[in-house]
Every structure is written in C-alpha cells, then in structure tokens.
Design a protein around this ligand. Structure first.
Ligand code: CTP
Length: 399
C-alpha cells in the first residue's frame, strides 16, 4: 500500500550500515515496490551486489561504464523513478552531493535526479557533528532534499552517539510518508492503542492481550497520508511510528487524561485501545504475600473514555470512531456500543479468531455506521484494514 508499484532507486554508499540496506530492499519489495539498486565502489567492500540483485530482481549498477549503451541508466533511473533513496549516505557522498561532484554512477544519478531524494546519513557521531557535514546537510535541506536524521545509539566504531542508520522499518515509514497521496494533509488525528495496565501491587497488574498493532497501523497510515497524528499508547513492545507524536500511558485513568485533554483539538478520534474495564479498588503498597489459600481482589469500573467523548461531543472531533472487541454476537454488541457511545463508526472485531484481533498482523472486521449500514471487509493485513478505515473516515468528513 502507498508504496505498491512505485519505482524506487536505492543508492548504497560505503558505510558499515550498508548491510541494513539489504533489509530495506526486502521490505520495499514485500510492499510491492520495484527497487533498483546502485552502489558505490566502497559500498561493494561491505555488501556484494549479488545480495541486492537477488532481493530486488534487478541488476545492480556500480560503475558508470557498466550501463547499457543505448539507454543511459543514470538518467533513466534519476528521472523515471518515483523516489531516490540514499541509505546509508556517507560524509563523503554528502559532500559530493553538496558540491555537485559527479565522479561515479551514483553521484551522477543524484545530480540528474528530477524526483524527490531521501538522504539517510550514517557515520561516526563525531563525523556527523562535524561542522563540514552539518553545513553540507543544511545546504542540501535548503535545496529540498529530504534528510532523515540518524538514530542515537551504539555505533560500529564502538562509541555511542547520533550516527546510526535508522532501522529499515523506520526508513520504510519515511518513504511511505514521501510517496503517500497526502490526501489527509491538514487533518489532526488522535489514535489510542494498546492495552492499559492497572496495578495491583508493585509487581502485579491487570491487563489484556492487546498488542497495539491495529492502533499503530492506523496512526502510521494516517501520518503517511499527510495527517498530523497523536498516538496515545498503553504499554506495547512496538516502536514509535516515524513522524507521530507518541504519548505513553499505563492506566485507564492516564489514558483518559491524555485523550480527553487533546480530543477537542482534533478532527478525528479513533479509540483502538483495549482499555481495561475493571481495576483493583486499592493499590497495595507492598507485594501481596501468598499467605492464604485464596485471594479476593476488589475491583471497580474504570472510566469509559469513549463514552465520555461521545457524551460531550461538540463541533470537534468531527468524526468519532470506536472498536468493538467481541467473542460472540458481534454485530449486536457492536451496534449497541455504536449507539451508547454516540459514534460515527465502529470497527467490529471478532477476537476469538486466530487470524484476527489480538497480537496478529491480519484482521477481519466489519464496519458499522450510524445509519445502520454494515460493511464486511475481507481478511487482510492490519495496514490494509487501516487504509480502508481511513478511506471511510474521509467519506464521513465529506472529503
Ligand atoms: N473503551 C473506552 N474506555 C473503556 C472501555 C472501552 O474508551 N473503559 C473504548 C474502546 O477503546 C473501544 C470501545 O470503547 O473503542 C469498545 O471497547 P470494548 O472493550 O469492545 O467494549 P466495552 O465498552 O469495554 O464493553 P464490554 O467490555 O462489555 O464488551
């Protein structure tokens, strides 16, 4: 989706992070992109072109004079693709780009490019901080080159700092944003995701099986289509989506404060979180010891965040969407929640299936609307489901 059938040129330059470019090609191809890889001579010291050829299904070009004689591929690739990505981009390559030096296939290609360019610098942190590199990046930024900041962490040279090539999934996300249709630009989304965790004592809590994958997919996809997105997330093991403001919460009470405080400023609110319904009435300050044969926990209801949102609806949010996680009588329960919580749409999810709902990458849902219309979607990836939901939200917004 968004990347499917797009033509992407990936330029790999000579840094240790070249191995990560291999994974990036794999991810792009899985998304249905056509990827053509160009490498510098130094990049070939790190990874063999054959690896990229096997994954992309295309010949890798490394040297200027390897091109076919009739078509000049550096021009063809630079002008006939949808995007040029340079990952990793070394300090040397960035310097050449800044000063228009074209002394090999890749630097010539970049100079000839008429399509957007995404540059992903990766190098030692001191090299990255060097004023020469920073000034070059600033010049390139001003010329409209998209630059993805390197990540912080441990570097191949055994030091710590900013200089790591971002993870391939994050570069993929950035590519999605650049290639996305931008049809949600100007809209503000609030998405909640994941479970909540309600503490019993310092070492125990009540939670549920939600992984957060559906909510994260919605946040990522809305961002990729140009929306400004705030993601209020319960505890999950998922990486924060690129370009999305993530607010981490633990309890239903914290989620309520984060959501209600921001909802009015948003056009769309999607509650995909699996909020725990009952929490311990009291929190034990010390670990409960196993002294008795049985233990009673007194529970009380948590606030119903979505219901409160639905009750106090004014002009904004313009669209309010909920999820219904059910194991039986899916449509009736979902219909009831749609009405009780005053929603525009509810995504009904049969969580008793093994290929839908909690902790899997696919989902099978039905979309229910205020006017009684029910839409049955086929089994698909959570990213695809997110795409459908966003299309329907666009309709509800009258766009
Ligand atoms: N929800 C919420 N606050 C809660 C419980 C649920 O905002 N305390 C939201 C969920 O994010 C979801 C919708 O309400 O969008 C329905 O959640 P679900 O767990 O399916 O239903 P509940 O309302 O909790 O009812 P039940 O547990 O009885 O099915």
């Amino acid at each position: 989706m968004l990347i499917k059938d797009k033509k992407i040129v990936l330029g790999v330059t000579g840094g240790i992070a070249a191995y990560k470019a291999v994974e990036l090609v794999r991810l792009l191809v899985l998304e249905g992109a056509e990827v053509q890889v160009g490498m510098t001579a130094h990049a070939m010291e790190f990874v063999a072109p054959l690896t990229f050829e096997a994954l992309s299904g295309h010949k890798v070009i490394c040297h200027m004079f390897e091109q076919h004689h009739v078509v000049m591929e550096h021009i063809e690739w630079a002008q006939g693709s949808d995007l040029v990505v340079i990952a990793p981009a070394t300090a040397n390559f960035i310097g050449k780009m800044t000063h228009g030096i074209a002394d090999d296939f890749l630097s010539t290609l970049v100079l000839a490019a008429t399509v957007p360019i995404l540059l992903c610098p990766a190098m030692n942190n001191k090299m990255y901080e060097n004023v020469a590199v920073q000034e070059n990046l600033e010049i390139l930024r001003k010329r409209g080159i998209h630059i993805m900041e390197p990540a912080q962490g441990s570097l191949a040279c055994r030091s710590e700092g900013r200089g790591r090539l971002p993870e391939p999934v994050d570069i993929l996300e950035q590519i999605r944003i650049l290639l996305g249709p931008n049809d949600m630009q100007g809209l503000k989304f609030l998405v909640s995701a994941g479970p909540t965790a309600e503490p019993i004592d310092p070492v125990r809590y009540i939670t549920n099986r939600s992984s957060g994958k559906m909510g994260y997919a919605l946040a990522r996809m809305a961002r990729a289509r140009g929306a400004e997105v705030v993601l209020v997330s319960g505890p999950t093991s998922l990486p924060p989506p690129v370009g999305v403001e993530v607010i981490g919460v633990r309890t239903a009470e914290e989620m309520k404060a984060a959501v209600l405080g921001r909802a009015k400023a948003c056009d769309v609110v999607i509650m995909a979180a699996a909020v725990v319904d009952y929490r311990p009435k009291r929190y034990e300050e010390h670990k409960i010891k196993k002294e008795d044969e049985s233990l009673r926990l007194d529970l009380e209801k948590t606030p119903d965040i979505l219901k409160e949102l639905g009750k106090s609806r004014g002009e904004t949010p313009r669209v309010l969407v909920g999820f219904a996680a059910e194991t039986q009588d899916l449509l009736n329960h979902a219909q009831q929640k749609l009405q009780e919580k005053n929603l525009d749409m509810i995504v009904a999810n049969d969580v008793s299936r093994t290929d839908a709902g909690f902790d899997v990458d696919t989902n099978l849902v039905k979309l229910l609307y205020r006017d009684g219309v029910i839409e049955d979607l086929p089994l698909m990836s959570k990213d695809e489901v997110a795409g459908w939901i966003l299309d329907r939200i666009k309709g509800l917004l009258g766009l």
